[in-house]
Design a protein around this ligand. Structure first.
Ligand code: SF4
Length: 168
């Protein structure tokens, strides 16, 4: 491993920024930790870690040693999948998401409703203390209510702005 422990990958990782170093539960946090820990203690003991990534690719882009971190994370995800280590709640959640994702109109309708519903649930605090299927998050910290528009709404507005020459 060519890692020089500079910390650039974690300092640019949006997941690391959101959850902090302790959430990784072992010596090395951040993207490099999510790659190394399964190698040290076995994927069966570190299964959630390779999923702590949006695959935005920033970690690889800033790594001075050009270590292909997203590719290595994907390798561990594949091992996790092959060994059926993904928790049942996560499999159900992905199944529900896949159902809607294959039906774009329904997906847009549901996501357009989900934001306001979560904001109503959060109340004035703007944070949710308990959320079904999100216990892994809400057991330790509040869930922030989504703000403003969905990604698709922002994208559609940006595209319209581009065609008309106006900024969204
Ligand atoms: S950016 Fe690259 S070299 Fe630096 S800690 Fe992360 S993996 Fe190691």
């Amino acid at each position: 491993m060519r890692c020089i422990r500079c910390g650039a990958c974690m300092n640019h990782c949006p997941i690391y920024h959101a959850v902090g170093g302790h959430a990784y539960g072992w010596v090395y946090p951040g993207p490099i930790g999510s790659v190394l820990t399964p190698a040290f203690i076995g994927i069966e003991n570190a299964a959630p870690l390779p999923n702590a990534s949006t695959f935005c690719g920033r970690c690889e882009a800033v790594c001075p040693m050009r270590i292909p971190l997203p590719k290595m994370l994907r390798h561990w995800r594949e091992r996790e999948f092959e060994r059926h280590l993904t928790p049942r709640a996560a499999r159900w959640g992905l199944g529900i998401w896949a159902y809607f994702a294959r039906r774009p109109r329904l997906y847009h309708a549901v996501t357009a409703l989900a934001g306001p519903a979560l904001r109503a649930l959060a109340g004035r605090r703007g944070r949710i203390r308990r959320l079904p299927l999100a216990g892994g998050w809400t057991d330790h910290r509040d869930f922030p209510a989504p703000e403003g528009r969905t990604f698709h709404q922002i994208w559609a507005q940006r595209e319209t702005g581009r065609q008309t020459g106006r900024q969204p």
